[in-house]
Design a protein around this ligand. Structure first.
Ligand code: ARG
Length: 457
């Protein structure tokens, strides 16, 4: 009825609608290199085990080399009738080399084949992502180095809380991206296991050697159970979860960039090439890249939910549902890769407007905690000190001035413990320098943290 790989069983061809509905070739063909790589490893093993002849193997290698050229040069004809990347390549192989091509699928199923292809593809994607995260971390470190003592208002509840240095703030993102890399590295260990040999679900009657195939394809080990091997997509879900968290971090950074760039704060400026204008308001320069990254985070979260839902309640072993794993997975990787690439380029272009940061710091009583700490060091219990400073802040508020502007005599009316040395702690520089421990914002500590961060890259 047709020349599909499985049509022998059928009495009528599938309709065009069903063909389109069930085909995956237009999105899974991007795994062609992995598919050929996996097929060659399988064929070599078959020949080594005496399951196919060395002549067959030579023909398969020759045919696959040709197919690689055809695909690379855009000559390959991808055919919807052949469903997916696997059947498209196998069909072309058979057209090129005859019966040897038909022997390639011995002891194998598309079920273990596709699982192998995805794992190979994802392993490469993880390596790319790790490299890009590292690039972004390097860019953050370089910017942090130039701002290890640039004061920035640290916020809680989006209100001025305490002074931090801009470098210290950037190092917070370094840590987040470091954990992201750890997560991807951990996920990679579970990606890097070979499903091939599971065949459709139960294994195969041929005397295969899975360890050899695993070694040739660079897998750390093999999937132990054939049913699990063809039906597990945990590894893809883990990847999407790690990607979702990485995008969370990107999104938080994006939100800050947008806020910082708002003329209301004016803490930074982004290079024009990362912004766009408005078609109606001539004065606008919009931070489109961070806004889009923030938006794309939602799309990556959605893919994670899609994959979790895809796997929920699937009975063992393979079900065609699994074909739906690829688009969310690919789009997750693509979105993350593009986003990281653009951020690694954009971060070095951030122009820091330290005057605006300093001006904002003069407005929110950022050193109020320092004053309370000062009184504690003079012997006042912290709760009483808190109360004293709160009253001083209220006075400042009614007058619209800063704590330091009250002057020594007036400060003493709140507590006789205040001395002339109080102004050391009421300054921004004094406040920063006083947080002088590992993990603190003192410029000396930030510089030390940057050195340690370089060593961890
Ligand atoms: N295109 C399929 C997928 O992505 C390949 C496996 C098909 N196996 C099957 N029994 N129909 O999952």
């Amino acid at each position: 009825v047709s020349d599909k790989a499985w049509s022998g069983r059928f009495s009528e061809p599938v309709s065009d609608l069903v063909k389109r509905y069930t085909a995956s070739v237009f999105f899974d063909r991007r795994m062609w290199r992995q598919d050929i790589h996996g097929s060659l490893a399988h064929a070599r093993m078959l020949s080594q085990q005496g399951i196919i002849t060395t002549d067959d193997l030579a023909a398969i290698e020759r045919g696959m080399a040709l197919i690689c050229q055809e695909i690379d040069s855009g000559q390959f004809h991808w055919n919807l009738d052949d469903e997916d990347v696997h059947l498209n390549i196998e069909k072309r192989l058979t057209a090129l080399i005859g019966d040897a091509g038909k022997r390639l699928h011995t002891g194998r199923s598309r079920n273990d084949q596709v699982a192998t292809d995805i794992r190979l593809w994802l392993r490469d994607a993880i390596d790319d992502i790790d490299g890009l995260l590292r690039e972004l971390q390097k860019a953050l470190l370089t910017l942090a180095e130039s701002h290890s003592d640039t004061p920035l208002p640290g916020f809680t509840h989006l209100q001025v809380a305490q002074p931090v240095t801009f470098g210290h703030h950037l190092l917070a993102y370094f840590e987040m991206f470091q954990r992201d890399r750890e997560r991807f590295t951990d996920c990679r260990r579970r990606v890097n296991r070979l499903p091939l040999g599971a065949a459709a679900l139960a294994g195969t009657t041929f005397p295969i050697d899975r360890e050899t195939v695993a070694r040739e394809l660079g897998f750390e080990t093999i999937c132990e159970n054939s049913l699990d091997a063809v039906s597990d997509r945990d590894f893809a879900i883990e990847f999407c979860a790690a990607a979702a968290l990485a995008m969370t971090h990107i999104s938080r950074l994006s939100e800050e960039l947008v806020l910082w760039m708002s003329p209301r704060l004016g803490f930074i400026d982004l290079p024009d090439r990362f912004c766009t204008g408005s078609s109606i308001m001539p004065q606008k320069k919009n931070p489109d890249v961070p806004e889009l990254a923030r938006g794309k985070t939602g799309r990556v979260y959605g893919h994670l939910m899609a994959l979790l839902t895809l796997m929920k309640a699937q009975p063992l072993a393979y079900n065609k549902d699994n074909q739906e794993d690829k688009e969310p997975l690919f789009d997750t990787a693509d979105t993350l890769v593009d986003t990281l690439r653009i951020f690694a380029e954009m971060v070095p272009g951030i122009r820091v407007k330290s005057e605006a940061m300093a001006a904002a710091l003069r407005q929110g009583y950022a050193t109020a905690t320092d004053l309370a700490d000062y009184l504690v060091k003079k012997g006042l219990p912290f709760r009483d000190a808190h109360e004293v400073v709160a009253r001083a802040v209220r006075t400042c508020e009614s007058r619209g001035c800063d704590l330091a502007a009250l002057g020594l005599d007036e400060l003493r009316t709140f507590s006789p413990l205040v001395d002339a040395d109080v102004f050391d702690v009421l300054t921004i520089a004094g406040s920063l320098a006083a947080r002088d421990h590992r993990g603190g914002t003192a410029p000396a500590q930030v510089r030390a943290a940057i050195l340690r961060a370089h060593a961890r890259l």
